[in-house]
Write a protein that binds this ligand. Structure first.
Ligand SMILES: [Zn+2]
Length: 138
């Protein structure tokens, strides 16, 4: 009986998906292109529900650092804001899979990664365990 319960919970987790507003997806693409060949990083604003994460805004993090293999920002400088639900960053030379550092520096509920050449199809999303999350652009 417990086994069945656990199994159900697991399936629930896998059903989680990310909704990006068209405008947000376009802004991530534009930002990634403008940072290229360096990485760019943005904060995602929106709402995280049990099975859906909605992103409807972006914030350029203060004091962000950019490099060809690294982008980040000091989270202690961020204002406490419940609408900050994750980050989006670019991978100028790689895949949109999260790196080990990405998983170690996970912020919020969701990590969006966009890889070169930065089109809709290059957008990937992951939870804090590195599991792929389905992306929907509306
Ligand atoms: Zn990364």
């Amino acid at each position: 009986m417990f086994f069945t319960k656990n199994k159900e919970r697991k399936t629930e987790g896998l059903k989680r998906y990310l909704t990006l507003k068209r405008q947000v997806a376009d802004s991530i693409i534009t930002y990634a292109k403008s940072c290229h060949p360096n990485e760019g990083i943005l904060i995602l604003q929106g709402k995280a529900k049990k099975d859906n994460i909605l992103v409807d805004g972006l914030v350029v993090p203060p004091f962000a650092s950019h490099g060809p293999y690294y982008s980040g920002f000091p989270t202690y400088d961020l204002p406490f804001d419940l609408s900050y639900i994750g980050t989006a960053h670019s991978h100028p030379g790689g895949t949109n899979r999260p790196s080990l550092e990405d998983l170690n520096n996970f912020y919020g509920f969701i990590s969006v990664i966009i890889s070169y050449p930065y089109s809709d199809a290059d957008i990937g999303a992951f939870d804090r365990n590195g599991n792929k999350v389905r992306v929907e652009i509306v």
